[in-house]
Design a protein around this ligand. Structure first.
Ligand SMILES: NC(=O)c1ccc[n+]([C@@H]2O[C@H](COP(=O)([O-])OP(=O)(O)OC[C@H]3O[C@@H](n4cnc5c(N)ncnc54)[C@H](O)[C@@H]3O)[C@@H](O)[C@H]2O)c1
Length: 376
């Protein structure tokens, strides 16, 4: 199957390609020779993590070397805790030691953690080097590798320090997804489901038709889902490059309740995907209540999430604790919590929800969870 090429065209930025296909890492080096920003780079630095590097680093390095690049690499520990200023500082020092100059480039090989961290160090070292993204998780392919958001976490919260720095090329080799765990696979599926609800009938009903194929990682369906998601994400980013027009807020669908679950249940108790899926279920019900969104949408979305293996979370916390957690989220402006709500498939809006109403809705959510737990 030939690779798909999607051009990401963001106002005032150089357009870049996202390629989605099987075995395309093999040609990464020759492809980069065709990209102006890195065509003549003497050296490329590959940053990866210690779970991805044993699987794909040699392949990437040999492709780059074949294209006569000098290649160095830095391997970081896998996991969210690597997105830190301390590690960024160590990488900057190492880059200086390796003689990385303004004419060099950074290649991020891994999931969203590597992509965000490598994007951050690449965008800041010597005031910004070209960054190539080689995403290896489904989530990174459909979401984090496109759009130029980079960042690290602080004690005070996730992604509090970062930059907007668009990559010069994104190479999504779907063969790398074969080694992904089920849990990580479903994290990506949750973001694709989110995109489909926000995007259009066409995408959403296609997802419903293909839910089994996607759960089973059938190549054709997977390629198509990634392509559709990248086109969606590129469109959102093009309309709101720096998250200042409100358009990019739609990417937070499901994340308001989702983040509160992750914080209160403890990070890692539920996967990010499961938490987001639960957040989508909650937001759709809130939309039904506040906007008159059809119950058919609520049920069909449930059906899609069930079909993708993103089952309802059997866990709850008190409405007050959930509300507090939502208010601590950096995306809460002012005193009221904001939700992305679907009026219909492909039609969304944001709404600030008052405490009283939200507590009531969270109370209902908690009761449903308690019933689920007692039946389990
Ligand atoms: N920049 C953005 O726009 C954006 C958007 C969404 C999420 N994010 C960020 O992305 C991060 C989450 O990304 P993620 O879900 O990819 O997590 P991750 O990068 O931690 O990867 C998940 C796990 O899978 C392993 N892994 C990666 N690829 C693999 C492969 N092909 N085979 C086997 N194992 C593999 C990793 O080593 C890691 O242990 C978060 O830090 C989040 O803030 C950023």
């Amino acid at each position: 199957m030939p690779a798909t090429r999607i051009v990401v065209n963001i106002p005032d930025e150089k357009a870049y390609d996202v390629r989605v296909g099987s075995g395309i890492i093999e040609n990464l080096g020759s492809r980069l020779r065709e990209i102006e920003a890195v065509a003549n780079s003497p050296q490329l630095l590959v940053i990866s993590d210690d779970q991805v590097a044993p699987l794909y680093l040699d392949q990437v390095k040999s492709s780059l070397k074949k294209a006569r690049y000098q290649v160095s690499d830095i391997v970081i520990p896998a996991g969210e805790s690597s997105k830190s200023l301390e590690l960024a500082g160590e990488i900057w020092e190492a880059m200086a030691g390796l003689g990385i100059g303004r004419d060099c480039g950074v290649v991020a090989l891994g999931g969203g953690v590597v992509g965000d961290l490598a994007g951050f160090v690449g965008s800041t070292f010597m005031r910004g080097l070209p960054v190539v993204q080689v995403p290896t998780t489904l989530l990174a392919m459909v979401d984090s590798s496109v759009g130029g958001k980079t960042g690290v976490n602080l004690e005070a919260g996730k992604n509090l320090v970062g930059t907007f720095h668009q990559p010069v090329y994104v190479c999504a080799d779907v063969d790398t997804l074969q080694t992904l765990t089920d849990r990580e696979w479903r994290c990506g599926l949750a973001e694709i489901a989110k995109a489909s609800v926000i995007d259009s009938d066409d995408f959403f009903f296609w997802m419903l038709d293909e839910q089994t194929a996607l759960s089973e990682r059938k190549v054709e369906a997977v390629n198509e889902a990634i392509t559709r998601s990248v086109i969606f994400k590129a469109g959102v980013v093009a309309a709101d490059k720096t998250e200042s027009h409100g358009v990019r807020e739609c990417l937070n669908y499901g994340h308001t309740l989702g983040h509160a679950i992750e914080v209160l249940a403890g990070y890692g108790t539920f996967s990010h995907g499961q938490a987001v899926a639960e957040g989508m279920r909650f937001a759709a019900r809130l939309a039904h209540r506040l906007l008159g969104t059809s119950s058919e949408l609520v049920q069909t979305q449930d059906q899609l999430l069930d079909g993708l293996g993103l089952n309802p979370v059997v866990w709850s916390a008190s409405p007050e604790a959930m509300l507090n957690a939502m208010k601590k989220d950096k995306k809460v402006r002012g005193a009221r919590v904001r939700f992305v709500l679907p009026r219909d498939i492909g039609v969304w809006e944001t709404q600030e929800v008052g405490d009283e109403l939200l507590l009531e809705a969270l109370g209902e959510w908690q009761r449903t969870k308690q019933i689920l737990a007692s039946n389990a």
